[in-house]
Design a binder for this molecule. Structure first.
Ligand code: SAM
Length: 254
């Protein structure tokens, strides 16, 4: 399990919350009473949910104590829980919206876990998920290339394309809404891409490296590789492409 740093993660809070807002907007559940945010991080996605459904009781669950501490400090009134997403479906609580933004890529066995998550949705409710859909993008291939040069073997992400999620969920859902969006995040420079990944996708690699000097060397090689991929705009800004997959599965009516 990678370590998480809420401050590093929130450096790009606006950009990271955008897909979360886009997902919440599309969930057609009029007045949910109970919502759970799986992999809630420092509480930014719960804020989006609260803005969308001000009257709902929102629970946030995350395996990182540092993330839960940051979330609790920001919004002490909410129900924050330290817990493992893959273990959560074994319970019996049901929620009107089971929501997860940018977290399920860290959980394996989606063919089993996604139907389990849907089974915890109350009648009339929905499972709503966003996961990155850019595993084959240039910036991720580069990360894996650099990792190979450092002889790192770390756990891969567990994402699939939309047709996989359709097949996993269609037998259990009353309706499915699936889409993908490629965002072009306007970042101030190429170094900002490194900062972005230091707070998310690069965590397992950085954790596996022995010591600060190795981490600096890894980051320098990654930055050098990025310079070969991205041509900055004349003002130095970089348009950072990030494809994401969205899934909304509505619970079957009994
Ligand atoms: C990229 S952050 C997403 C935070 C927030 N949901 C958002 O929309 O920005 C991913 C979060 O998932 C959590 N996470 C990763 N794997 C998890 C697991 N197996 N169980 C619970 N939480 C997990 C991490 O601790 C981290 O806080």
């Amino acid at each position: 399990m990678p370590t998480w740093n809420p401050q590093q993660y929130l450096k790009f809070a606006e950009e990271r919350s955008r897909p979360c807002r886009d997902l919440a907007t599309r969930v057609e559940v009029a007045a949910p009473q109970r919502i759970i945010d799986l992999g809630c991080g420092p509480g930014n996605s719960a804020e989006v949910l609260s803005a969308r459904w001000p009257n709902a009781a929102i629970t946030g669950l995350d395996s990182s104590a540092a993330m839960i501490d940051a979330a609790r400090a920001a919004s002490p009134q909410r129900d924050w829980r330290i817990g493992e997403i893959s273990e959560w479906p074994a319970g019996s609580e049901r929620f009107d919206v089971v929501f997860s933004n940018a977290a399920l890529q860290w959980v394996s066995d989606h063919a089993v876990v996604f139907p389990q998550l849907l089974s915890r949705v109350a009648e009339g409710g929905a499972l709503a998920v966003q996961v990155p859909g850019n595993y084959e993008s240039a910036q991720h291939q580069l990360m894996r290339d650099v990792a190979r040069r450092f002889h790192l073997q770390v756990r891969e992400w567990h994402t699939h394309d939309q047709d996989f999620y359709y097949d996993a969920l269609a037998p259990h859902a009353s309706r499915l809404d699936l889409w993908a969006t490629e965002y072009l995040h306007v970042l101030p420079n190429i170094e900002a891409i490194v900062e972005w990944y230091k707070g998310s996708g690069m965590r397992p690699y950085l954790d596996a490296l022995a010591g600060e000097a190795e981490r600096e060397r890894f980051l320098a090689e990654y930055l050098e590789g990025l310079r070969q991929i991205y041509a900055p705009q004349p003002d130095g800004a970089v348009l950072f492409p990030f494809r994401r997959i969205f899934i909304v599965a509505y619970a079957a009516v009994a």
